[in-house]
Design a protein around this ligand. Sequence first.
Ligand SMILES: Cc1cc2nc3c(=O)[nH]c(=O)nc-3n(C[C@H](O)[C@H](O)[C@H](O)COP(=O)(O)O)c2cc1C
Length: 217
Amino acid sequence: MNESVRQRRVQYETAGLDLADLAADPITQWHRWYAQAEQAGCVEPNAMVVSTIGADGLPDSRYVLTRGVTDDGFDFFTNYLSNKSRQLDALPGVSALFTWLQLHRTMKIRGVAVRIPEGESDEYYASRPRASQIGAWASPQSQVLRDRAELEARVAQVEARFAEGTVIPRPAEWGGWRIEITEAELWQGRPSRLHDRFRYRRAPEQPSGWIIERLAP
Ligand SMILES: Cc1cc2nc3c(=O)[nH]c(=O)nc-3n(C[C@H](O)[C@H](O)[C@H](O)COP(=O)(O)O)c2cc1C
């Protein structure tokens, strides 16, 4: 065991979290925490680790950037032929985790992924920088490459295909997923590991549609 890792302890002196502080629904709460994370200068505050379930039954995780958070869910964009997308096609269950360590905060969401309407993927693709649009055509995401040169040759082919200044259409295999959430959990670090945790669960009988429960740390 690496001693410096074992002994490393940071006291979380950040202000606590109480039920009265929380929005009635997790989407509003996410927007509040996201705004505070941006203000605090957190790196990539819209990054989340998305975990899916592989064909071998083992979980699989990777970061993506959320590009839209609405009452419908959390949107991200990727290649529909990538490992994550193939896993979601087979088993759409998702856990995703936002981490804002400067604020000693995480927010976990759980739910089910669905493909977003094609028009919305077109719109977002059109807003991306040209180099990213070319990358989406050139990279067979998650597939084995012989070497870096193979990727660069693919980029050159795509650049030759779409003349400078022309509109690059969205590749059919690239688009968005929406995580429709059923559950969310806020975690706020507190001193002596007595952290604050609150879980939102769907409850159609509640005016907000959610119930909130405090969990032991
Ligand atoms: C901060 C960060 C943000 C990322 N955002 C995305 C994203 O929005 N979409 C995406 O396809 N990959 C994104 N990636 C790359 C993925 O983590 C991953 O390598 C890729 O999507 C392939 O994953 P898969 O093979 O599990 O499908 C991001 C990586 C990092 C570190």
